[in-house]
Design a protein around this ligand. Structure first.
Ligand code: PEP
Ligand code: CO
Length: 462
C-alpha cells in the first residue's frame, strides 16, 4: 500500500548516506500503512504530535545502547517482552503492574541463573500499531479495513470503528506517556519488592516435569535475594529508573517521524517515541521506507528475521543500517519456527560473522509457532516455543556465536492463550481466559517457566 499523506512528500534526492532526513522514507514504498480518508485531518494531527514532548530522552537511549553493547560481548542477557498489541482499554494500573512484575521476576531468575545482569526491555508504552496479512477484512459479505492496532483504528467490526482516525495518534502518544509515567513511578518507588513469598506465585512449579530442578532454582534465588538484602541493607531489586526500557515495532512511519528530533549537545536524530524501535519481518525490505527511516536514527534498533531471509539480504541490511559498524546498535531477532530454525539459522549466523557490524542475537520463539485450532482459535504450543528457544541456544553455541536474549509475547495476567506449560493447558482451556485480540501470549506462569528453562538450557551447555 502507498504511504499515506502523499501531500507532505517533498522531492528527495536519491538515497545516499548524506541525504537522509526524517521525511526521506516518504520517497520509498511504505508497506503496512493505514489509508486515512482525510489527508488534512491527518496533517493536523501530525502537526499537533510534532509539538508534543517526546516520550523518552536521548541519554536513556544511549545508556540502552551501552547495555546492548555489553550484551553483544556476552556480558548481559537481553529480555524483551510484553503484549503482541497493547490496547488503549488496557492502559490501566492492574495490567501495567502485573506486566512489570512478571518481567522483573523473569529478569531476576535470569540474572541469578545466568550470573549476568539483564537488559530489561518492555514491549510497551507504544506497541499500538500492527502489520496485517490483508488490508481489508470480509465477514458475512461485509468488507471493512483490517484492524491495524489502536494507534490506527478500533477492533470492533463496524465502519465507524474500522475507519482510520488520526486523533488516535495523539491518543496513542498520551497512553504511551501514561504507561511510561506509571512504570517509572513504580520502579522508582521500590515496586520491585521481590522477597515477599506472596509476591512470587510459584505454585505451578510442582506440576512441571522439572519440578525438582525448578524448586532448587527458586530456593537458591530466595536465598540470594535475602543475602543481597542482608549485605546491602537494601531491598533486592530496587532499581534505578533508567533500568527499564521501552520498545515497539516502529511501523507507523508518520507517527515515528513526528517524534524524531534533534536534541541539544548530541549529533544526529533520535526517534523519541521509544528507546528501542524494531523493524517487523514484513517491512524489512532493503529498498523499503522502513529501512530508509531507521538508517538515520541513532537509537539501537532491532530487525525481525524470518525464515525467508537469506544471507545476502542480511548482509545488505547490516550494511545499510550500520555502515560504521557501531557496537550496541544492531539487534537481530530471529523468529523461524521450531521446525525451520535448524535449517535457516546457521547461514544467517555466518552472514553476520562475515559482516563488520557487531550484532546481538535474540530469539523470538513466538511468531514462527502460531497455529489455529480446529475451532478457529489462534494459539501457540509451549512445547514448540521452548523447543525453538533451546534449539537457538544450541545452534549459536555450535556456530561460534552466542544467543544473547529472548523476545517474548507475554502478560502478567492469568490468561489461557498458549497451550501446554507446567499446568498443561489444553484447547478447551483456551476458551476460559483468552483475551488477546492479536497473537496469543504466555501467561504469568508460562513466562516464569520459560525463563527457568532458558537458565537450565544454558547450564547444560557448560
Ligand atoms: C510482532 O512482533 O508482533 C510481529 C508482528 O512480529 P513479526 O514481524 O516477527 O511477524
Ligand atoms: Co505478535
Amino acid at each position: 500500500m502507498q504511504a499515506m499523506n502523499q501531500k507532505a512528500v517533498s522531492p528527495q534526492e536519491p538515497a545516499g548516506k548524506n541525504s537522509w532526513s526524517p521525511t526521506s522514507w516518504q520517497s520509498r514504498e511504505a508497506k503496512q500503512q493505514a489509508t486515512y480518508p482525510d489527508h488534512d485531518e491527518l496533517q493536523r494531527a501530525l502537526d499537533e504530535l510534532s509539538s508534543l514532548p517526546p516520550l523518552v530522552t536521548s541519554w536513556e537511549i544511549l545508556s540502552l545502547k551501552e547495555q546492548i553493547l555489553q550484551a553483544q560481548a556476552g556480558n548481559r542477557f537481553f529480555l524483551q517482552g510484553g503484549d503482541c498489541a497493547e490496547s488503549f482499554a488496557e492502559c490501566n494500573s492492574e495490567v501495567i503492574t502485573n506486566r512489570l512484575k512478571v518481567l522483573l521476576q523473569m529478569s531476576l531468575a535470569l540474572t541469578h541463573g545466568l550470573q549476568k545482569p539483564v537488559v530489561r526491555v518492555g514491549r510497551f508504552a507504544g506497541q499500538y500499531a500492527k502489520p496485517r496479512s490483508s488490508d481489508m477484512e470480509t465477514r458475512e459479505g461485509v468488507t471493512l479495513p483490517s484492524y491495524r492496532g489502536d494507534l490506527v483504528n478500533s477492533v470492533e467490526f463496524t465502519p465507524e470503528a474500522r475507519r482510520p482516525d488520526p486523533q488516535r495518534l495523539i491518543q496513542g502518544h498520551s497512553m504511551s506517556s501514561m504507561t511510561m509515567n506509571f512504570v517509572r513511578a513504580l520502579v522508582d518507588g521500590g515496586f520491585a519488592d521481590l522477597h515477599h513469598p506472596e509476591y512470587w506465585n510459584l505454585s505451578w512449579v510442582k506440576h512441571s516435569p522439572l519440578a525438582e530442578e525448578f524448586q532448587r532454582l527458586a530456593d537458591s534465588l530466595g536465598r540470594a535475594v535475602n543475602f543481597m538484602e542482608t549485605i546491602s541493607g537494601r531491598r533486592a531489586g530496587s532499581l534505578k529508573r533508567v533500568d527499564f526500557y521501552t520498545s515497539h515495532e516502529a511501523l507507523h512511519l508518520h507517527y515515528e517521524q513526528a517524534l524524531t528530533r534533534r536534541v541539544p549537545r548530541q549529533e544526529g536524530w533520535f526517534d523519541l517515541t521509544t528507546h528501542f524501535p524494531w523493524i517487523g519481518m514484513r517491512t524489512a525490505d532493503i529498498n523499503g521506507a522502513h529501512v530508509e527511516f531507521f538508517r538515520g536514527i541513532r537509537n539501537p534498533i532491532g530487525i525481525k528475521i524470518g525464515p525467508s531471509a537469506d544471507a545476502q539480504q542480511l548482509k545488505q541490511l547490516l550494511q545499510a543500517l550500520n555502515p560504521d559498524s557501531e557496537p550496541g546498535r544492531m539487534v537481530l531477532i530471529h523468529r523461524m519456527g521450531a521446525s525451520a530454525i535448524e535449517e535457516k539459522l546457521p547461514p544467517l549466523i555466518r552472514a553476520a560473522q562475515d559482516s563488520d557490524s557487531p550484532v546481538l542475537w535474540v530469539c523470538d520463539p513466538m511468531h514462527g509457532n502460531t497455529e489455529t485450532t480446529a475451532s478457529g482459535i489462534k494459539t501457540r504450543r509451549f512445547r514448540n516455543i521452548m523447543s525453538e528457544m533451546e534449539t537457538a541456544i544450541e545452534i549459536h553455541h555450535q556456530n561460534d556465536s552466542h544467543l544473547g536474549g529472548a523476545h517474548l509475547e507475554l502478560t502478567g495476567e492469568d490468561v489461557t492463550e498458549c497451550t501446554g506449560g507446567a499446568r498443561n493447558l489444553n484447547e478447551v482451556d483456551l476458551e476460559r481466559a483468552y483475551k488477546s485480540v492479536v497473537d496469543p501470549r504466555l501467561n504469568y506462569e508460562q513466562a516464569l517457566e520459560l525463563s527457568m528453562l532458558i537458565v537450565s538450557k544454558f547450564d547444560k551447555l557448560q
